[in-house]
Design a binder for this molecule. Sequence first.
Ligand SMILES: Nc1ncnc2c1ncn2[C@@H]1O[C@H](COP(=O)(O)OP(=O)(O)OP(=O)(O)O)[C@@H](O)[C@H]1O
Length: 293
Amino acid sequence: MNTPGIQLTNLTKRYGSLTAVDDLDLEVPAGQILALLGPNGAGKSTTTEMVLGITKPDAGTVRVFGNDPTTAIRRGDSGAMLQNGALLWDTSVGRLIKAMHAVHLRPLPLGEVIDRADIGAILKTNTNRLSGGQAQRVRFALAIMGDPRLLVLDEPTVGLDVDARRHFWSNMGDLAATGRTVVFATHYLDEADEFADRIVVVDNGRLVADGSGAEIKRIVGNKLVSFTGPVRDWTALPGVVSAETLDGKTQLTCSDSDATLRALLTDPSLDVSDIEVSSPSLEDAFLTITKAA
Ligand SMILES: Nc1ncnc2c1ncn2[C@@H]1O[C@H](COP(=O)(O)OP(=O)(O)OP(=O)(O)O)[C@@H](O)[C@H]1O
């Protein structure tokens, strides 16, 4: 049996009376790209910090390729890019990168690190003069240079513009294609849907949903049916949960959109046209799941 990249068992972290991570069980197979989604304060950073051994759990265990997090770091198995992780101050990017490169057991070639992180143009820049996006690229270089089997990224594209985000994810896709395990926390739901094999939604330190982007949407279930038609009580139709009419356009949220459509299409007295059916976006799904949990 393959050893999972990450295995969290009954993981719990408390800060005083607040339970930041609450009895979390999660197994991430080696080679999987997993997105951790959740609102502010959900416990994403605390979870990633425990995976990296920066924060100690109050209860439960963390295993990274079968080892405790400290051993995994020592073996060069984990690489991390943390939110606002401090960079060594007042040195050039080039000097910082070279110094850090020297301490790794089996680093990626320096040129490859510089290309992948797109930092060639800022090697002479002082670390205290970097823009937010440039600092993120340097953090990315530091995360990948040890050629780790597990990459843990806490909101990796914060501060990056659209081009830089595309470049980042294209590189990440290349790295992941070589079998690395990647766990990233993000607020960009489109990124989670596009780049992760699996999305885990957390709220109040608990896992509230686990699946592909499509599955997360299916958990919510409701479809949207919209059309042009007269003003009336549309909630009386079969399968309708709620109705909203604005400027002559009505949108129904449906628990059984097939039944609703059947009624709309077979009863000419309802006098509707321009019928459209859509699924909620991942963003809508996410809001519904975290509110219901
Ligand atoms: N060192 C700490 N001391 C006290 N409380 C903390 C500490 N670190 C985190 N918390 C609290 O634990 C909870 C979870 O925080 P965490 O940073 O893990 O959430 P998050 O999902 O990463 O949020 P965000 O999306 O805002 O980064 C929050 O209520 C936070 O205020």
